[in-house]
Design a protein around this ligand. Structure first.
Ligand SMILES: [Zn+2]
Length: 288
C-alpha cells in the first residue's frame, strides 16, 4: 500500500513523517520514458509533495512547480491533495548534460509552492529559494523560513518506488541536544532503506533507543483532476481556424492528458460547438 505514516518522539519535541509510494509512482511513470535523472528528481518531488501536504488543514491541494529557463529540466509539476491524491509530470529537453546535478538542470529556474483551498479557490504562493543542490535541501530551506521550525527532509526515488522522511522540531523550548541527535541519526538513512523497509522498521533501525509513537498510516493514491471541461477550455486557446485546419487534416483533435495519459477526442461537431458559444460546457455534457 502507498502510505504516509506520522510519528512523534515522546522523549523530544520532534515530529516526523515517512512516505512510501509504489503504485501511484508507477501510474505516473506509465505514460512516460523519462531519463533516469529526470525520473528521480520527479520522484523525489512526488515524495516531498505528500510530506508537505500532510499539514494541509483544509480541503485543497499543494502544488510544487519548477520552471526551468535554459536548463534541460524545463518543467516539473507535482500536485497532492489533502486526502493524498497525487499526480506529477516532468518535461525536459535533450541532451541531458553530463553534469546533471539539479542546479545545472534547473538553470535560472524557479520553484514555487502553491496551496489552494478547494472551496474558496483562495491561493497562497511561496517562492522556494534554490539554495543547496537537491529537492530535499530546497524544500527544507523553504519550510524553515516559512514555518520558522527546524526541518530536515530526506528523499529517495528509483524506477520502482519513491520514499521520504521528514523530521521537524515542534514549537517550544528545546532543552537538550535531542534535535541534533535525531537529525544526525536521520541523516544515516540509506536510499534502499527508505524505499524498501516498512516505516516501523525504519524507525526501529534509526531510533531503537528512543520512545516513538507511530500513528496509523494514511493511504496515498494516484489521482488526476483532468476533465473534458478543462481540456475544452484549453482548446479555446487556439483559434477556430487552427482547430478547423487540424480537423481537416486529421479528422479529429485528440488531446492527451500529460499526467494520466487519458485521451480526449473532439470531432468537427464538437469544435463547431466550442467556438459557437461562449457558455462553458458543464460537467454534465461529458461524453465518453
Ligand atoms: Zn489526467
Amino acid at each position: 500500500m502507498d502510505k504516509l505514516s506520522r510519528f512523534l518522539f515522546d522523549s523530544a519535541n520532534v515530529r516526523g513523517e515517512i512516505v512510501q509510494l509504489k503504485d501511484s509512482w508507477q501510474a505516473m511513470l506509465s505514460n512516460h520514458a523519462y531519463p533516469k535523472v529526470i525520473r528521480d528528481y520527479l520522484g523525489e518531488t512526488v515524495a516531498a509533495s505528500v510530506l508537505l501536504s500532510a499539514t494541509l488543514k483544509f480541503e485543497g491541494s499543494l502544488t510544487i512547480q519548477a520552471n526551468g529557463d535554459g536548463g534541460a529540466l524545463t518543467l516539473l509539476v507535482v500536485e497532492c491533495s489533502n486526502d493524498f491524491g497525487v499526480r506529477g509530470v516532468a518535461k525536459y529537453s535533450e541532451p541531458i548534460p553530463e553534469e546533471d546535478d539539479l542546479k545545472t538542470l534547473l538553470e535560472n529556474g524557479t520553484l514555487v509552492i502553491t496551496i489552494e483551498q478547494a472551496k474558496t479557490k483562495e491561493r497562497y504562493q511561496g517562492i522556494v529559494a534554490l539554495e543547496g543542490n537537491s529537492i530535499a535541501e530546497f524544500l527544507q530551506g523553504y519550510l524553515i523560513r516559512s514555518e520558522q521550525l527546524e526541518t530536515r527532509i530526506f528523499l529517495a526515488a528509483d524506477e520502482q518506488a519513491v520514499g521520504g522522511l521528514l523530521l521537524q522540531q515542534l514549537p517550544g523550548q528545546q532543552e537538550d541536544d535531542s534535535w541534533e541527535r535525531i537529525t544526525h541519526l536521520g541523516s544515516t538513512i540509506k536510499a534502499e532503506e527508505l524505499l524498501g523497509l516498512e516505516a516501523k522498521k525504519i524507525l526501529h533501525l534509526l531510533y531503537h533507543e528512543e520512545d516513538i509513537r507511530l500513528f496509523d498510516a494514511q493511504s496515498v493514491h494516484f489521482q488526476c483532476s483532468c476533465s473534458r471541461v478543462k481540456v475544452t477550455k484549453m482548446l479555446r486557446s487556439i483559434s477556430h481556424q487552427e482547430a478547423a485546419d487540424i480537423i481537416q487534416e486529421q479528422g479529429n483533435i485528440s488531446v492527451a492528458c500529460e499526467f494520466c495519459g487519458k485521451s480526449y477526442q473532439f470531432d468537427e461537431i464538437d469544435i463547431a460547438e466550442i467556438y459557437s458559444t461562449h457558455i462553458q460546457p458543464s460537467d454534465s455534457s461529458i461524453r465518453h
